[in-house]
Design a protein around this ligand. Structure first.
Ligand SMILES: Cc1ncc(COP(=O)(O)O)c(C=O)c1O
Length: 405
């Protein structure tokens, strides 16, 4: 009676294991101040001009003349038009407002998008990567069986992204139907130049594959040769779906807003995926709240843009502090330039979890073991830039002065 695919998912979730270990450590060392550079949640409050827009929308909801009930399930036009103009047309991408589907965040969209594809398709993922892509396909019965030893699913095509290939995924031997690209990447904080992304777009068009492009960290890109959207690449309208979030650029993790772009030119088996996603969204989603969509609109105002850029700069100063501190301490370090994540190579033969334990026990700093994001994450470790500057400095001082290996 039940969907037995759920039974195949390996039991303990990465962050609950971390929480358990941290709790145990704190219990044994009640006086120690633990610094958390682990979970990828923001810490800065939502910016004032965005909060003002939210307040105004709250007042509108309390007045019969301006009250709004169900939001349009694909999103309010005021937000869809603003996104199309500022995120896409301003960058020369031909994306129209009605190709944007407003949602409650990138987690739901990246987990749900697989529903519009056939049950027997082959998916490819970068390794390591945000675990939702694989897990949602496991639930749908697409991934075969899990091998505890290798940490791999029999029917998933893994594209390792390691220091050996400069974190640029190579085209797999077997052509996938659906390719998940998360760039800039969580967890490695690395990304690929626009020319390499163009190669992926050409590959997908040549082979009839569809790219799911998760651009949740787009706002952190600082290098000019990195695309902010896959639609900056020629031909992406016929092969790519892009997913975005307001969580990391504007601190909406607790209020929930995101969107997915499905171009009308994207067709497979003669069917437009735009219509399918509209049908799916209309059936299973009842619209993001009016108050939050108004807040999302305010993100694009002149004041909103100024404020969020300051927040991003704050986090990126942390990233630079972590990166420099680690390099000074002799670590091999990646990421942190176009993303709020730092990806360090664990010293010697230390596993990701051994490094986690050493960092917690010797320096009272919490990070995330790379192996939790896929088999090629073994031997790496993630630190995030989302803490306070003071704590980040303190953590790095501890790491610099504490031998961990
Ligand atoms: C790659 C990636 N996609 C999506 C999400 C989730 O974003 P949201 O908060 O919009 O659901 C995250 C959150 O950590 C992420 O790292």
């Amino acid at each position: 009676m039940i969907n037995t695919n759920y039974q195949k998912l390996p039991g303990s979730y990465l962050f609950s294991t971390i929480a358990k270990k941290v709790k145990e450590y704190q219990g044994q060392h009640p006086d120690k101040e633990i610094i958390r550079l682990g979970i990828g949640d923001v810490t800065q409050p939502i910016a004032p001009s965005i909060i003002a827009a939210m307040h105004q929308a709250v007042d509108e909801m309390g007045d019969a003349a301006t009250f709004r009930g169900y939001a349009p399930d694909l999103g309010y036009d005021f937000l869809r038009e603003t996104i199309a103009k500022q995120d896409y047309q301003a960058r020369g991408c031909q994306i129209a407002a009605d190709e944007i589907f407003v949602s409650d965040g990138a987690k739901s969209d990246s987990g749900n998008i697989q529903e519009i594809f056939a049950e027997n398709i082959r998916i490819a993922v970068c390794d390591p990567v945000y675990p939702v892509y694989v897990d949602s396909n496991v639930m749908a019965g697409r991934c075969g069986t899990y091998d505890e030893k290798t940490g791999m699913w029999s029917d998933v095509i893994y594209m390792p992204c390691t220091r050996e290939n400069q974190f640029v995924p190579a085209f797999p031997k077997e052509v996938p139907d659906l390719i998940y690209l998360c760039l800039p990447n969580n967890p490695s904080g690395t990304t690929i130049p626009k020319s390499a992304l163009q190669d992926w777009v050409d590959y997908a068009n040549r082979n009839g594959a569809v790219i799911i492009y998760d651009a949740a960290y787009e706002a952190y890109i600082t290098e000019s040769n990195v695309a902010h959207s896959i639609y900056e690449c020629e031909g992406a309208r016929t092969c790519a779906i892009e997913i975005r979030s307001f969580s990391k650029n504007a601190g909406f993790t607790g209020v929930r807003l995101g969107f997915t772009v499905v171009p009308k030119d994207l067709k497979r088996d003669g069917v437009a995926l735009h219509g399918m996603w509209a049908r799916r969204h209309g059936t299973k989603f009842n619209g993001a709240p009016y108050i939050i969509q108004r807040a999302g609109e305010a993100v694009y105002s002149t004041e909103g843009q100024k404020e969020i850029k300051e927040q991003i700069a704050y986090y990126m100063r942390n990233a630079a502090t972590i990166k420099k501190g680690l390099l000074d301490a002799g670590y091999e370090v990646y990421g942190g330039v176009n993303a709020p994540y730092i990806w360090l190579k664990t010293p010697g033969q230390m596993t990701s979890w051994a490094f986690f334990d050493a960092l917690l026990e010797k320096a009272a700093v919490v990070g995330t073991p790379g192996s939790g994001f896929g088999p090629s994450g073994e031997g790496y470790f993630r630190l995030t830039a989302f803490g306070s500057y003071e704590n980040t400095q303190k953590a790095l001082e501890r790491i610099r002065t504490t031998p961990l290996s």
